[in-house]
Design a protein around this ligand. Structure first.
Ligand code: GLU
Length: 293
């Protein structure tokens, strides 16, 4: 029998995952031409998640889009009302947009006979022991009830000091908090390359990362000029660090076709897989404390 490839072994493990966090970014939810919501994509996303539920898996959705949807709803221009969008304007947009976004998710989840819930977080949810304990208990209870928690940053109150800032890191933190065994980041990129594929035609696609070395983490930082993959890889590598250090496998895949979700769970070689490491000691609150902000 042909020897099983290393990547294949890790991919096969994905078939047995029980608790999955799926993260989708704002740009993956909008029509690029108008910035309006792409209902077809939203529908496929929710259907895929409901199908995971029907297979008996616990699923959490971490979704962005609050600010973008709110801006559209109140017809706010890119630069806000005075040339540069103020924090209060952004927070007001988030207040409008988050409610709208949830209304749409609730509607689609209900169509597939699933109940969805909303959890909004700030850094304090992790840093404060009581908050963290409560959040953990709420998630556990929601799983017991068969509900799909929908998570976002609490953008209406979070300013620099207490914000995670990006939902890539937030989704990995949520995955660690709820004891997930898989995190899937749906993004506008295919995964990790050895270099920026738009600038270097010799850039090679990396299918599996078994050891997230410091060298690789450095490559993701924009300041180094090396720029692995496309922009935004840095936050994805930070997410990979949090996830893999918490012994959680993580896959980055392109959201162009959201149906990749069930293919990933079928063990197909899609996107880049970061393999969870069971041997690392990882203190979540300590890590969050040291994060920017
Ligand atoms: N929390 C922000 C929003 O929902 C987005 C943050 C991100 O996309 O990383 O608008």
């Amino acid at each position: 029998m042909e020897k099983m490839k290393v990547g294949e072994k890790f991919r096969n493990r994905l078939k047995d995952k029980k608790r999955i966090v799926v993260k989708i970014g704002s740009s993956s939810l909008q029509h690029p031409e108008t910035g309006d919501l792409d209902y077809t994509k939203l529908d496929v996303l929710v259907r895929e998640i409901c199908d995971m539920r029907n297979k008996g898996k616990d699923v959490v959705l971490v979704t962005s889009g609050a600010i973008a949807v709110g801006k559209k709803a109140v017809h706010m221009k890119e630069g806000g009302r005075h040339g540069e969008q103020t924090i209060a304007e952004k927070q007001a947009c988030a207040a409008v947009g988050q409610a709208r976004l949830m209304m749409i998710y609730q509607k689609i989840f209900a169509e597939y006979n699933q109940v969805a819930a909303q959890i909004l977080m700030t850094k304090n949810t992790i840093l404060d022991n009581l908050n963290r304990y409560n959040a953990h208990n709420t998630f556990s209870e929601l799983f017991k009830l068969g509900v799909v928690p929908i998570v976002n940053e609490n953008d209406t109150v979070a300013t620099y000091e207490i914000e995670f800032g990006d939902n890539d890191s937030l989704s990995a933190i949520v995955a660690a908090l709820v004891g997930a065994d898989l995190l899937i980041l749906l993004s506008d990129i295919d995964g990790l390359y050895t270099d920026d594929p738009r600038k270097n035609k010799d850039a090679e696609f990396i299918r599996v990362v078994e050891d997230l070395s410091e060298e690789l983490m450095e490559m993701g930082k924009p300041s180094t000029g090396s720029d692995v993959g496309t922009g935004g890889m840095n936050t994805k590598l930070v997410a990979a660090k949090i996830a893999t250090s918490s012994n959680i496998d993580m896959v980055i895949a392109n959201s162009r076709d959201i149906k990749v979700l069930h293919r990933i769970l079928d063990g197909q070689e899609i996107g880049t897989l970061f393999v969870g490491n069971e041997k690392i000691y990882f203190d979540l609150p300590e890590f969050v404390e040291k994060m920017h902000g």
